[in-house]
Design a binder for this molecule. Sequence first.
Ligand code: UDP
Length: 453
Amino acid sequence: MEKSLSRRVILFPVPLQGCMNPMIQLGKMLHSRGFSITVIHTRFNAPRASSHPLFTFLQIPDGLSETEKRLHDVNLMLTLLNKRCESPFRDTLTKLLQSETEEAKQRISCLIDDSQWVFTQPLAKSLNLPRLVLNATKVSFFRGHFVLPQLRRERFLPLQDSEQDDPVPEFPPQRKKDIFRLLDEETEILDAYLNQIYEATKASSGLIFVSSCEELDQESLIQARQDFQIPIFAIGPSHTHFPASSSSLLTPDETCMPWLDKQEDKSVIYVSLGSLVTISEAEMLEIAWGLRNSDQPFLWVVRAGSVNGTKWIESIPEEVMERLKEKGKIVKWAPQPDVLKHRAIGGYLTHNGWNSTVESVCEGVPMICLPFFWDQMLNARFVSEIWMVGLHLENRIERNEIEKAIRRLFSETEGGEIRERMKLLKEKVGRSVQENGSAYRSLENLVDYITSF
Ligand code: UDP
């Protein structure tokens, strides 16, 4: 029997799609190594317990009102969740620890929760329970984003036109205009919250980067190890171990797949802006015309409620809808990992959420970058300027720009070169999760580390 068989790990995910998937994936990886898994989760955006019959799920109240659940400011929502969940989480965790016999109590090895929970560190310490922190962004973003309060204080606002493209040495490879968008949207609350995240991470027993590996983040990993002085694990693209769709909070429209089957190899542009981005009606129409005018077949995810002021796509005029249907399919939510794997997909117009970016890299799908907030701007710079496996729209949500980018990617020599570089990056990252690859070894080390508690 493996040493880990008698041990239990408690997971506490943040209730957002981009954070839920990696936490559940980590749970599956640890379960496959013999650990029992208990997931404590909020009522808001609760994971579907029936999809994971091997885990134990415990729900806690989160106290969010209906309005708060629709907050666009994710950091504000997270600070509220941190306040409201503290007491119910403490009660649940304490009960869990006490309910065990003295011998069985040893079996709860540790708590693994998201870096965005900050009250859990002092709580775990008081209960004498090791806490590991999971982070689902790129290591360079996690490391760099603690500099935001300093940048805000020092010199960033207002930004002159001539400075827009200047580099930001404190937070590479972003440009000043990227940072401006970050600082513009945030408030003083964020500065205090970031400081709490930093302290709670530094005091933890270790940091796990799911969806990152040496191949994608080598330099930042070296620096992060110096900054935090705790064990750091980069266990690689988590969705390559188990299908991510089982932790989807929305129901994927499976009709995408037979539709894709009918398309030619590498002919379809997939379009999705993730689970949080919202756009205006005018922007939706620009995207619609850009896609149609490119003449390339498209699969477009428009989340219900993601176009401000409308329920879905009802504001697209009927005659425009007719033209769109000639070439494309629009769905509310797609089985994205399967879609990106499909032979018909030739490009991905993306918001560059980190999960989506990594999923695209792992399937070798070149990108057109349209980032909106938070880590998306940094990820887009890596894709377009460091790895050079995509084109950047530079926030121009205009039909001509979108059409031009799709044509460049699908029809021109430049597109072929991008595709070639993407193929090499895919192979490199793919090797990291294979036996003795960097991510594979990191996961082994993590399992040994948890077993040692
Ligand atoms: N996703 C999906 N279907 C969709 C759109 C997205 O399953 O139609 C998944 C996608 O595969 C990814 C996650 O939702 O794993 C989005 O996470 P990401 O970090 O890319 O962006 P966020 O939603 O956090 O902005």
